[in-house]
Design a protein around this ligand. Structure first.
Ligand code: PLP
Ligand code: COI
Length: 355
């Protein structure tokens, strides 16, 4: 058990009103989890304190060389008074995969889960109840050494903040338009594409801006070497239903091993839905679209859940997928995953964690 010290917030804020639109990631709860690390001492002083600003020296290493990682998961209201997390063990494991890549000290997986559980428990009244809403949980670690040399920091802060949130995309389950990017690249094998770290997102902004200017929600990245094979979307993994088979790019070191992606694959395998993890070229995709075999496209992610894609743009062409509305498999996966998350569907894989 982590010996968490608790300092309750004496000035709790007003919570968002039920029934009103809830933005993604803009409102924060009354508490946050904090824990320090110092080389030679390890992780110490786990505490839950009032949510608030933190003070860092301008020379703190995170500001200069981007040594940081983050995670994203959610807490959901079940029927009655239950509160659930969805596969937090996977976030704990991925935290350490990111940490190893970024030379950040590892965190015991059980401490990660315990910290998430306890801070969610304290702010459980902040979990929204409207359909499609949840409490988004953002754990992150930053390098805090006051030093301008390029080296792994010897001091870190691990924090968890919570944000009651609605859908990631403003139009909810309405299909989104995606821009296939053939100029910028996000990651290459050997780089840090598989890690969840700020640099990967900083690198994505210029292409995302270009896509937004043209009315597209996100960018679909191609591989960084040949710009030929599909990788993933800005904040989601990507799936295609081609001639009855669900296909997604295989994990190759440059894309994020999404927890929702893994959940989709587990569900398909257990329920007899043909699925494949493999290389998919953009040419194959366009060919499938032209011959009428591209039946559905959807993204998967914690923030986005299952997000149907209605339109793809590649160079000067725009492709409308199916009839532009949510496909049958996307809908089935959305209903299943959100059903498990909120306790409405049998948890056949043991994914639900009670807080
Ligand atoms: N790919 C990227 C780049 C992401 O930011 C995310 C979101 O976390 C995902 C994929 C989906 O991962 P997960 O399903 O674990 O949220
Ligand atoms: C998530 O789905 O948790 C993400 O991290 C996506 C995004 C908000 C960066």
């Amino acid at each position: 058990m982590l010996p968490i010290r608790i300092e309750k917030n004496p000035n709790p804020k007003k919570k968002p009103e039920a029934g009103k639109p809830l933005p993604f990631g803009k409102i924060f709860t009354d508490h946050m989890f904090v824990m320090n690390y110092t080389e030679g001492k390890g992780w110490y002083d786990p505490r839950i304190v009032p949510y608030g600003k933190i003070s860092l020296d301008p020379s703190a290493m995170v500001f200069h060389y981007g040594q940081e990682m983050f995670e994203g998961l959610k807490a959901y209201h079940g029927e009655g008074d239950e509160v659930y997390l969805f596969r937090p063990d996977m976030n704990a494991r991925r935290t350490n995969a990111s940490n190893r890549r970024l030379c950040i000290p590892e965190l015991p997986e059980e401490d990660f889960i315990e910290a998430v559980r306890r801070v969610v428990e304290i702010d459980r009244d902040w979990i929204p109840t409207d359909p499609g809403t949840s409490l988004y949980i953002r754990p992150f670690i930053i390098a805090t050494d006051e030093f301008l040399g390029v080296a792994p920091s010897q001091n870190y802060l691990f924090m968890i903040i919570l944000s009651p949130s609605g859908a990631y995309y403003e139009n909810g389950l309405q299909p989104v338009g995606i821009w296939i990017e053939d100029e910028y690249v996000r990651a290459v094998r050997g780089g840090m594409g598989f890690a969840k770290t700020g640099g990967n997102y900083a690198c994505s902004l210029a292409a995302q801006e270009k896509a937004h200017e043209d009315g597209y929600s996100q960018v679909l990245w191609l591989d960084g070497v040949e710009r030929k094979y599909i990788e993933e979307v800005g904040a989601m993994n990507i799936f295609f239903k081609i001639d009855g088979t669900i296909v997604t790019p295989m994990l190759n070191g440059s894309i994020l091993p999404g927890i929702t992606r893994d959940s989709v694959l587990c569900y398909c395998r257990a329920h007899g839905i043909p699925c494949e993890e493999r290389k998919i070229s953009v040419d194959e995709l366009i060919e499938a679209q032209r011959s009428g075999k591209l039946e559905e496209v959807f993204g998967s992610g914690t923030a986005a859940v299952i997000s149907p894609v209605g339109k793809l743009r590649y160079r000067d062409e725009v492709f409308t997928i199916g009839d532009g509305s949510i496909g049958e498999t996307s809908r089935r996966l959305y209903d299943y995953i959100t059903g498990v998350q909120t306790g409405k569907v049998k948890d056949e894989f043991g994914w639900r964690f009670k807080v």
